[in-house]
Write a protein that binds this ligand. Structure first.
Ligand SMILES: [Zn+2]
Length: 329
């Protein structure tokens, strides 16, 4: 496997120093501000680019879809000390699941999605955190963090240039008591537990992870988040209990993840036309066995093709013809 360095480390350290001074997960500050999208040269769909020592992997895509798996990695190199702050237990089998979703999308459409994977164990790097908590001050982990988010920035640039808009999905696994799928739109439990009328307030519409998508449609936000064409509804119809969805419009009193650093940074909350959703999967029925991961990956791929057609107007299914996807510029 070919591995080449992604960044000149010295440049990254300057950027990271600025970031350490400026950023925390503050909804009002754009966590992506100050980072330049790296120049990787010409990219070919299906090609894999590697970060330093293969810790971060980027599959170059050709669809308006970007997948990432921050917490499924298992590499535990001695050169990176274990993190001493934040949470260190990973999301088992989410790296495998994300690869299966990418494979299923390629089978359906003839094209790969963009996919970025941290192969490092979470106790070495947590890419879904601001850099201080993510890398714990270790320069090798900091470089991997920069590469992870740099690759997603490159993927967003590709999607924006080729398609005009797209969707970024951050793939996780949760250990909450209720074995449902939790979709994170950066909307807190209190907002999701309220009525559609409150959810449809224009202020909320402009402060969530699908901001750009919501701005492109006349559909109320409640429809996008838990109506019949929402991602939650599509999962629910295929037998996967999901919140928010028509059947479970809000988390109620249950524990719920509403989206982390990457969902905020790489969606359209602050700017851009790539929107984001965090997907938190239960172990039971989704992540626990190879069969369940395969089945879910195929279902999710089909759902994403349908979702992109309904909400973005992109026909991605090859319907018997290779490369029949329709691009808009
Ligand atoms: Zn996670």
């Amino acid at each position: 496997m070919r591995k080449r360095p992604l960044f000149v480390l010295a440049g990254g350290v300057v950027v990271l120093a600025m970031a350490l001074a400026a950023h925390s997960l503050d909804r009002w500050a754009d966590p992506g501000a100050g980072y330049e999208t790296p120049d990787l040269g010409p990219l070919a769909p299906g090609e894999v680019r590697w970060g330093n020592k293969g810790y971060i992997e980027y599959l170059v895509g050709d669809l308006p879809l970007i997948l990432s798996a921050p917490h499924g990695g298992t590499l535990s190199p001695h050169e990176i000390p274990n993190r001493t702050r934040g949470y260190g237990i990973g999301d088992a089998h989410t790296e495998e699941l994300t690869r299966l979703v990418a494979d299923a999308l390629r089978d359906l459409t003839g094209r790969p999605p963009h996919m970025v994977i941290s192969r490092l164990a979470r106790r070495k790097l947590d890419p879904n955190r601001e850099p201080v908590e993510a890398a714990n001050g270790d320069p090798i982990a900091e470089q991997a963090w920069l590469e992870y988010h740099g690759f997603i920035d490159v993927a967003k640039q590709q999607v924006t240039e080729s398609w005009g808009a797209g969707l970024y999905l951050d793939i996780h696994g949760h250990g909450h008591r209720t074995p449902w799928i939790e979709l994170g739109y950066l909307l807190v439990t209190k907002v999701l537990n309220s009525s559609d009328r409150k959810l449809d307030n224009p202020w909320i519409r402009s402060r969530m992870s699908l901001r750009a998508l919501a701005a492109s449609t006349s559909a109320p936000l409640s429809e996008l988040v838990r109506g019949s064409t929402s991602l939650g509804a599509m999962l629910e119809r295929r037998g996967y209990r999901t919140v928010p969805s028509p059947g479970d419009p809000g988390p109620g009193r249950a524990d719920y993840f509403n989206g982390g650093y990457s969902t905020l940074r790489h969606g359209s909350y602050h700017d851009g036309t790539v929107s984001s959703i965090q997907l938190e999967h239960p172990t039971r029925g989704v992540l626990d066995t190879e069969d369940n991961r395969q089945r879910y990956a195929r279902q999710l791929a089909g759902i994403l093709v349908e979702y992109m057609e309904i909400h973005y107007g992109f026909t991605l299914s090859r319907a018997g013809t290779p490369n029949a996807g329709t691009r808009v510029r």
